[in-house]
Structure formats: structure tokens, C-alpha cells
Design a binder for this molecule. Structure first.
Ligand code: HEM
Length: 387
């Protein structure tokens, strides 16, 4: 189903793309190693700023200033500092404590559609659940879900294209301005009177006398929304699709809910919500007879690595009980490994568990599903089902 991945993996596992002047690396082993390689830097937006048209330079430098405070885009010592000051809310223990509220959110959403006998898994479950959830964790009221989705889409298009997609700079600029307007009053209020939420934890956490500035808290709130929303939407929707496309696997999972954890891994492998990430090479790296030069961008194809036959025998088979399975590359690796992975897994388990339990006769209500056109975040536009 992924002919381009297959070609890359078999013919050009370290491919130089002349059109973009960047490298594309696809084998599991290489992607996994490069994610942990100190010669690769996640701090890459400043390096790309030269390609911006003059009239957009000012807007772009505003975006880059905010993006450069995202833990995703910085290296040590700043990365360690940002991660250390925010990770308390994402430990397995904190996430386990959130499970009951995840059940409540999912049940409320499913109650609304149950009498109908049909639903769109994207619009009715996979999209509203994570946004309600991440906003709840942050301590942000969800007054306008559509607005938050639009703003986070505009930021993610910029991130996905590293600022190069035509026209992505003005919307991303506007989105960051609007997000800041939403977050700043919350940050100020939590400084005065902390509550039991992530913004309060970010403003009050001190490590060795160090704490986050308001701008750093705001930037990472934006990151949590952008990183923790559409990705989980895609996990829930594409995971459901994978099960419906493979009725034997669906039946297996229904019979034995202990398989859920492995099933989530297989869904993440088979339809990864984030297909690729990128790094800036800061020191020459010889790889498979080629040399990635200092200053070049390297695209790491997480989605292709997940289908590498030398890591996963029969990689195009969806098998929730794979033996000796390696962890998929879907959450990245090394020190930028997804901080929200436990949260995402928990949301996926709760949403899919409830869907299978409450809608036992679940089936696809369309011949062909429609995918969204973003090559970094892979997701469905809609997933009509009946039950
Ligand atoms: C990092 C995927 C859910 C927050 C990452 C990375 C990947 C990823 C691939 C590493 C990117 C890189 O190294 O360049 C996913 C997937 C998810 C998911 C597939 C859902 C299935 C979440 C959630 C949150 C989140 C729910 C909520 C807070 C983050 C953050 C980072 C990150 C803050 C940056 C970590 C760092 O740089 O130290 N994610 N993510 N993600 N993710 Fe997730």
C-alpha cells in the first residue's frame, strides 16, 4: 500500500532529494540511530530562515522566536531544562490518574451518537476527544473548538513544511498571535492563583531555583496543543480503520481486551499519525556509502521505518499480536521521544475500548475513505461507520 516507502527502503535507503537539497532516510535501523545521534540537531528553523521572501521576514522571525522555545525544536541544555520543567504531568502515574476522566469524555461523546446507529468516527469521537482532553489538562476552557483546531492546523502546516509551503507564514503568524492572546491571561491568572492543571504546574515548577518565563510557558502550551491533538485524532480514527479493514483482527481484539496494548502499537506502526520528522546535520555523517554534510537537512521517515521488512517481517500485514515486535518509530526516539506517548496510548485505549464495547456490530459505511493531504500528519477526513 505504500509503494514510495518500499522503493526508498529497497532502492535508496539514504536518498538525496535534489529538489529540496535534503536527505531522506528510511530504514528502521538508520532512523532509530539518527534520532539518537548527537551530530543531528532539532534546532533547524533558524537555519531555514534564509529562504523566506523579504516581505515575510518579520512575520517569520516572530514565528521562529516562538518555535525556538518549543522543546521539540531545541537542543541541550535548553531542551533538558524545558523537558524537566514540564514532564511531571506526563508520567505514567499522572496519566493513569486521568483514565476515569478519559472514560467520561468518551462515554459522553458516544452517548450522543448511540441512538443514531451511525457516526463519523472522526467528527464524533477522534476529533473532539483529544482536544477536550488536552485543553482539560492544560486548564484551558474549550469555548471554541473550531478556532483551536484552525489555529493548531495553521501552526502544524508551518512545522510540517519547515516554513516553506507557499502562503504558510501569514496564517502561522496569526495563529501564534491568537494563541498567545488565549494563553497569556491564563498564565498570569495561574501565577497569582495556581490550580490543579498543567499551566499551573509549568508556572510553579522550580528545579534548582530555575523556572519557565511566561513566554516559554505560552510557547509550550501551543506545542502541547499542536502535538497532542491531531496526532491522537489520527491514532483513534486510523486505528479504527485498520481494525475495520481487518475483521479477523477486530474479532481477535473483541475477544481478548488484553491485546489492546499491542494493538495500539500495531496501529501506530501501520498508520503512524506522524510520518516523518527532520533534523539539521551539524557534523558530517557517513551513512551507507554516502556522506550527509554539515548544514544539510535530514528527513527521517518514521512511517517508512515502520514498514521496513528487516525489522518487521511481512510489514504490510496488520497483525495486533505480532511476535517479538520492536517498538514502532511513531513516537520518535532519543531525548525528543514524545513526552505525550503515555497520554496518547491511554486516550487511544479508552476510545477504542469503548467503541468496540459499546458498538459491537461496528462496520464501515463507505467504500472508500478520504485521506487528508498533509504528508507529515497522516489522517482521515472522515470515517463513516454504522453499528
Ligand atoms: C514529540 C508523535 C501525542 C506532545 C513527538 C515526536 C513524535 C511524536 C514522532 C518526536 C518528534 C521529533 O523527534 O522530531 C506523537 C504521536 C502521538 C503524539 C504519534 C499520538 C499518537 C502527543 C500528545 C502530546 C504530545 C498527546 C501531549 C502533550 C509532544 C511533545 C513533543 C513530542 C511536547 C516534543 C518532545 C521533546 O522534544 O522533548 N511526538 N505524539 N504528543 N510530542 Fe508527541
Amino acid at each position: 500500500p505504500y509503494p514510495m516507502f518500499r522503493r526508498l527502503l529497497l532502492e535508496e535507503p539514504v536518498f538525496y532529494d535534489k529538489n529540496t537539497g535534503s536527505w531522506v532516510v528510511s530504514r528502521y535501523e538508520d532512523v532509530n540511530a539518527l534520532l539518537r545521534d548527537a551530530r543531528m540537531s532539532a534546532d533547524r528553523y533558524v537555519a531555514l530562515a534564509d529562504t523566506v521572501p523579504p516581505e515575510q521576514k518579520e512575520m517569520n522571525s516572530y514565528i521562529v522566536k516562538s518555535l525556538s522555545m518549543f522543546m521539540l525544536n531545541v537542543e541541550n541544555p535548553t531542551h533538558f531544562r524545558l523537558r524537566n520543567l514540564t514532564n511531571r504531568s506526563f508520567t505514567p502515574k499522572s496519566i493513569a490518574a486521568m483514565r476515569p476522566s478519559a472514560h467520561a469524555v468518551v462515554n459522553e461523546l458516544l452517548d450522543a451518537v448511540q441512538p443514531r446507529g451511525h457516526m463519523d468516527v472522526v467528527a464524533d469521537l477522534a476529533y473532539p476527544m483529544p482536544i477536550k482532553f488536552i485543553c482539560g489538562i492544560l486548564g484551558m476552557p474549550v469555548e471554541d473548538m473550531g478556532l483551536i483546531k484552525q489555529l493548531s492546523d495553521d501552526v502544524s502546516v508551518y512545522i510540517g513544511s519547515a516554513g516553506k509551503a507557499a502562503g504558510c507564514i501569514p496564517p502561522a503568524y496569526h495563529a501564534i498571535v491568537e494563541f498567545s492572546k488565549l494563553f497569556r491571561p491564563l498564565v498570569e491568572a495561574r501565577r497569582k492563583e495556581p490550580k490543579d492543571d498543567l499551566i499551573s504546574s509549568m508556572v510553579t515548577t522550580r528545579v534548582d531555583g530555575d523556572s519557565l518565563s511566561d513566554d516559554e510557558v505560552i510557547a509550550n502550551c501551543i506545542l502541547f496543543l499542536v502535538a497532542g491533538f491531531e496526532t491522537v485524532t489520527n491514532l483513534i480514527a486510523c486505528g479504527t480503520l485498520a481494525l475495520l479493514e481487518h475483521p479477523d483482527q477486530l474479532e481477535l481484539l473483541k475477544r481478548d481486551s488484553r491485546l489492546m496494548e499491542g494493538a495500539i502499537d500495531e496501529m501506530l506502526r501501520y498508520y503512524p499519525p506522524v510520518n516523518r520528522t527532520a533534523r539539521l546535520c551539524v557534523e558530517d555523517i557517513p551513512l551507507r556509502g554516502k556522506v550527509i554534510k554539515k548544514g544539510q537537512i535530514v528527513v527521517l521517515m518514521l512511517g517508512a521505518g515502520n514498514r521496513d521488512p528487516s525489522e518487521y517481517p511481512d510489514p504490510d500485514r496488520f497483525d495486533i499480536a505480532r511476535e517479538n515486535r520492536s517498538r514502532p518509530l511513531s513516537f520518535g526516539g532519543g531525548h525528543h521521544f514524545c513526552i505525550g506517548s503515555h497520554l496518547a496510548r491511554m486516550e487511544g485505549e479508552v476510545a477504542l475500548g469503548a467503541l468496540l464495547q459499546r458498538m459491537p456490530n461496528l462496520r464501515l459505511a463507505t467504500q472508500e475513505v478520504e485521506w487528508r493531504g498533509n504528508s507529515r500528519f497522516r489522517g482521515l477526513r472522515a470515517l463513516p461507520v454504522s453499528f
